[in-house]
Ligand binder design. Sequence first.
Ligand code: BDR
Ligand code: CA
Length: 306
Amino acid sequence: MAEKIIMDVDTGHDDMVAIVMAAGLQEIELMGIVAVSGNQVLEKTLSNTLKVCELIGADVPVFAGMDRPLLRPQLIGGDIHGETGLDGPVFPPLCKNAEPIHGVRFIIDTVLAHPHEITLVPVGPLTDIAMAMRLEPRLSSLVKKIVLMGGSMGKGNRTPYAEFNIFADPEAAHIVFSSGAPIVMMGLDVTLQVLLDDPLLQRFRSRRTKSATMFGDSMTFYTKACKAHGSEHPAMHDPCCIAYVAEPSLFTLERRDITVELQDKLTYGKTYASKSEDAIGNTWVGVKADAPRFWELLDRAFDSLP
Ligand code: BDR
Ligand code: CA
């Protein structure tokens, strides 16, 4: 049976790849997508999400989530993802509309309607998930699990200590990691093992479908932006979460307790991972990825998309 998931995205180049994978793989039943502010302001991440869904023919409801972090001033990732948040591809004029209810409400209602069946897949700042947990305290015990992109047991990418999604809303991340919900953390430890090099980019581009052309155009921009920031090849951060849901055996996980630094000015947003002797942590952290099998999964997703 396909895994029922709700994605929470700040689309974004790698978010786009995650949507492509989720829409294209038969192992996944995509119940809805909520857009949150992060890589760009909400208006742009929402519009990018709608455009991607429309172009790849994903008939999935899209919702607007929170337009700012819980406490901190808004931080966007325009240096990596460009002015639109998804620079590179040219999209046709947008027809698809966002649904008329708030994304946080959609998350709560869907989880309550399908207790223990829904996997939440947040791949941006955790603002919506934290809000949903505060509005509906039963949420953390009623989700199947949360598979999130964020954090790092080593270095950060937004600061030397903190990864972008956690740094953008550390208080929200604290609420989620301390909720008791079962969590799989796909942090930089594992996502930096799945890098799109030029031969891979050409391999996907050569499909010449609409979806693969959008992928190629956006990855060309993303590659240049990452190079300008000192990384040779862009990492497929967010799609690691979808790959894990579809095919968990692609990843090796280790059990940890995660705490988020909220006080220290230098290190705030850092995710501290303590190794519990009794393995009582509620978070499983990705430490190793099988990159060749990840690309096979993406190939399979493109096979079923226009
Ligand atoms: C995360 O930050 C964003 O820029 C990406 O979309 C990803 O979710 C990586 O640190
Ligand atoms: Ca993201």
